[in-house]
Design a protein around this ligand. Structure first.
Ligand SMILES: Nc1nc2c(ncn2[C@@H]2O[C@H](COP(=O)(O)OP(=O)(O)OP(=O)(O)O)[C@@H](O)[C@H]2O)c(=O)[nH]1
Ligand SMILES: [Mg+2]
Length: 294
């Protein structure tokens, strides 16, 4: 029997949804950072075997939105609930089951299969996990599974349990397809990840990356080089100065880290041309959101 299904991973910001998706599909599809609200779009990660195909969906963290971008993120996450066979509600073992987790739980379609997955168990004393499981048992979850996504602990059990519940079906995507997103999207996300990792405070939230151009050019030797021109948008002039840094040191670092990962990802030599621009309050501007694909 061939099994096929869609599975959404939903939960508060920063609980490890993107990390978990990458582990489950055994590839880096989604960017990860220690800052909340990293993921802004639904991203499908696909894994296919001889007798199965699972389409996992990584979603933006569910939070109380303060901007138009935040609203769009939460709407996108919620919209996945309708299209899937199974929902993984991910929580953080360190925080336990919070009020917000309960609110998200009440949004889950109760006629479908819902799992509660307790992540980051490596961060807490094992004795603290049992009370969380006991509390979770008051809710109609089909399975309650403790894991550590970063340590890949319990993730194989989770994968097998998901497979067990999925219906009989056929391929949604070609067997070798990894995601529903294209190269341009991945390049944009890799650059955004490096900015998130290298900057602090409000910069991670205020950054948008836009790929202007991606084009093969003849390199100095006869080998081709992929020329990528990308614009980094921030919301204020002061943020622009920070992203560029003294003697453009920060921007060089962002460029260097990004280029290395893009080259690894695309298996191509890359020339990365980065420009930092100001788009005042873009997160509250519907035209900007459209332009940036949010
Ligand atoms: N200790 C520990 N840290 C983890 C684990 N899983 C994820 N993290 C860390 O938690 C942080 C957030 O991870 P993400 O995967 O970006 O979380 P997310 O839920 O996708 O976050 P948003 O996209 O912002 O909603 C990162 O620093 C991860 O390395 C885990 O099992 N154990
Ligand atoms: Mg994420």
């Amino acid at each position: 029997m061939f099994k096929a299904g869609k599975v959404t991973i939903i939960g508060r910001p920063n609980v490890g949804k993107s990390t978990l998706l990458n582990v489950l599909v055994q590839k880096k599809v989604c960017i990860v950072s220690e800052k909340p609200e990293t993921t802004r779009d639904n991203i499908k990660g696909i894994i296919s075997g001889e007798d199965f195909q699972i389409v996992f969906i990584d979603t933006p963290g569910m939070h109380k939105p303060r901007t138009l971008l935040g609203k769009s993120m939460v709407r996108r996450a919620t919209s996945t609930l309708l299209e899937v066979d199974l929902t993984v509600l991910l929580i953080d073992a360190h925080a336990g089951i919070t009020q917000e987790d309960k609110r998200i739980f009440h949004e889950l379609p109760q006629n479908k299969t819902n799992f509660l997955v307790i992540n980051k168990v490596d961060r807490v004393d094992k004795r603290l996990i049992l009370p969380i499981i006991a509390e979770a048992q008051k809710y109609p979850f089909k399975e309650i599974i403790p894991i550590s996504a970063t340590k890949k602990d319990g993730t194989e059990i989770l994968f097998q349990k998901i497979l067990e519940y999925l219906p009989e079906g056929t391929f949604f995507f070609a067997g070798d397809q990894l995601s529903d997103k294209n190269e341009r999207f991945f390049v944009q996300e890799i650059i955004r990840e490096k900015v998130l990792q290298l900057t602090r405070q409000e910069i991670p939230h205020s950054i948008a990356v836009h790929i202007e151009e991606m084009k093969e050019k003849k390199g100095r030797s006869s080998n081709n080089i992929l020329y990528i021109r990308s614009e980094l948008y921030v919301e204020r002039k002061s943020q622009r100065a920070i992203v560029i840094g003294k003697n453009a040191r920060m921007l060089k670092k962002i460029g260097e880290y990004s280029r290395k990962e893009i080259e690894n990802f695309l298996h191509k030599k890359v020339f990365l041309d980065l420009w930092v621009k100001v788009y005042e309050n873009w997160r509250k501007d519907s035209r900007a959101l459209k332009q940036f694909g949010y």
